[in-house]
Design a protein around this ligand. Structure first.
Ligand code: ADP
Length: 192
């Protein structure tokens, strides 16, 4: 099973992807997590990505395309994977199409979570409050300014992907405003 999750920051992609990971025994590939790991380890990629991420802007297509291409080759991806946060631009989607073709792989579905923008800001604020309450570390891009920028980046660069995958006939849209269980049930129906 090879899936892509599309949706704005805070739409619930990560939450749903984690649930599917357990169900299908395939890994969730979050480019955000991979980049944060690179930043934490201060690798070359991490050093290049940090300031861009903190400002809420997108890391270059070249960097993320390479990270994903390498990650997909790992043995735990043999049965499939769930991409969360990639592709995020039309050129990334085109690169992914080529990448999969060259590896002889096909996508099973592209699932878009639709959520109102007002709810997204509230969700980010809740995530920050919960993280603080549980003694965790708040993401350096989970602040109102960077979040606004992430939403703008989404609107300008990522939202056009819906069109791209609608044209390829792979796009399935789910109401991301419903509660977590209802969203999961809707996704199950699509994948059944
Ligand atoms: P969000 O919760 O906003 O969806 P992520 O954890 O997916 O955040 O990503 C955090 C940051 O990592 C992004 O704002 C961006 O700087 C960088 N990033 C993640 N995935 C990509 C990608 N596919 N292309 C470019 N930048 C990315």
């Amino acid at each position: 099973m090879r899936l892509i999750f599309l949706g704005p920051p805070g739409a619930g992609k990560g939450t749903q992807a984690k649930l599917l990971t357990e169900r299908y025994g395939i890994p969730q590939l979050s480019t955000g997590d991979m980049l944060r790991a690179a930043v934490a380890q201060a690798t070359e990629v991490g050093k290049r990505a940090k300031a861009v991420m903190d400002a809420g802007q997108l890391v270059s297509d070249e960097i993320v395309n390479e990270i994903v291409s390498d990650r997909i080759d790992a043995p735990d991806c043999a049965k499939g994977f769930i991409l969360d946060g990639y592709p995020r631009t039309v050129p990334q989607a085109i690169a992914l199409d080529r990448m999969l073709e060259s590896k002889g792989l096909k996508l099973d579905a592209v699932i878009e979570l639709k959520v109102d923008e007002a709810a997204l800001v509230r969700r980010m604020e809740n995530r920050v409050a919960e993280t603080i309450a549980t003694g965790g570390t708040v993401r350096s891009d989970d602040n109102p300014e960077a979040f606004k920028r992430r939403l703008t980046e989404y609107r300008e660069k990522t939202a056009p992907l819906s069109e791209h995958y609608a044209e390829t006939g792979q796009l399935k849209t789910v109401d991301g405003m419903a509660d977590v269980e209802a969203v999961t049930a809707e996704i199950d129906k699509i994948l059944a």
